[in-house]
Design a protein around this ligand. Structure first.
Ligand code: ATR
Length: 301
């Protein structure tokens, strides 16, 4: 039987949950000839590794940092409209001698919100952070016509990202700024998406709320409670730890719905899977595989 080869390229890549997630999805659909692995690829070797995969008859690839942006320099791919605007590609499809590029990250975030019961149509979206993840998510919602506000530690980065996205999508309701107006921005938003590194790694004990200006006579909890009134949904793209300090504080102080990044990861993977195979994978199987892989990682730490 001819093997269908898939994989994720990145550096570092050993932490990737994609092999566990996709392998489980292939198995559940009886696609037993499909294999998915993680491969450490240096940016300087990206072009030759992709050409090798193509020559070896691979079907699809995912790219993680820092290759999502680097891929454009190889001149090998035909990006779709969205990934071209986002300037980042996370999915490659080898088909009919061509290499097509897509970005499923942002739609993954969108689907995670919708699956959690958050109808985003016309809703105000607040995006915290102005890096790569923020860019594709802001672009996605801006293209759908949502009012989008981007806030970031470095205000100028949020402002220039908002200007770029507003121009690319023709949406006049995209703005950017610093953290100083953060409490009010939270109040005005319907859905909030946290995309910074706060809450993970060396920032595990820091939440976005710690970075917002304190108000005299009010505790942080009171500020959170007042700013998050009205059943908002809060998504943190971080999934390790399972619940960031930001999500914990949100849950404890307000009646908001909180989501970590697991379902966003699952849906971006499910969308890539559909591009490659034309089949809908079982997202619950993928989610279980992610949880299991995360638990195993925790036990090994
Ligand atoms: P990614 O591709 O994952 O979005 P990135 O492009 O490196 O990552 O962006 C990191 C984001 O985390 C940025 O918004 C960054 O804010 P700055 O633009 O001000 O650097 C944010 N970030 C990182 N460390 C932070 C910290 N200690 N406090 C607040 N924001 C932080």
């Amino acid at each position: 039987m001819k093997k269908c080869q898939f994989g994720v390229f990145g550096n570092p890549v050993s932490h990737s949950l994609s092999p566990a997630m996709h392998s489980a999805a292939f198995k559940a659909l009886g696609l037993l000839d499909c294999v998915y692995g993680a491969y450490a690829v240096e940016p300087g070797n990206l072009k030759q590794e992709i050409l090798k995969a193509q020559a070896d008859g691979w079907t699809g690839l995912n790219l993680t940092l820092p290759l999502k942006e680097k891929i454009f320099e190889t001149g090998l791919i035909i990006p779709d409209g969205f990934s071209e605007k986002a300037g980042a590609v996370n999915t490659l499809h080898f088909k009919d001698g061509q290499i097509y590029g897509y970005n499923t990250d942002a739609e993954g975030a969108f689907r995670a919100l919708e699956q959690a019961g958050c109808r985003t149509d016309g809703k105000k979206i607040l995006i915290i952070g102005a890096g790569g993840a923020s860019k594709s998510i802001s672009l996605f919602f801006s293209e759908r016509g949502n009012p989008v506000k981007i806030i970031n530690r470095t205000a100028e980065k949020a402002q220039s990202l908002a200007a770029e996205i507003g121009e690319k999508t023709g949406n006049r309701n995209v703005s950017g700024g610093g953290f100083e107006s953060g409490w009010n921005d939270l109040k005005e938003a319907d859905a909030i998406i946290q995309t910074t590194e706060l809450g993970m790694g060396k920032y595990e004990d820091v939440s976005v709320y710690d970075k917002l200006p304190p108000e005299e006579g009010k505790t942080k909890e009171e500020m959170i409670q007042t700013s998050l009134k009205g059943g908002k949904t809060v998504l943190d793209v971080v999934y390790n730890p399972e619940e960031t300090k930001f999500l914990k504080e949100t849950k404890n102080a307000a009646d908001a719905k909180t989501l970590n990044g697991v379902m966003m990861l699952v849906y971006q993977g499910a969308l890539a899977f559909e591009i490659w195979t034309g089949k809908k994978p079982d997202v619950n199987v993928m989610k279980e595989a992610v949880w299991e892989a995360l638990l195993t990682k925790k036990e090994m730490e």
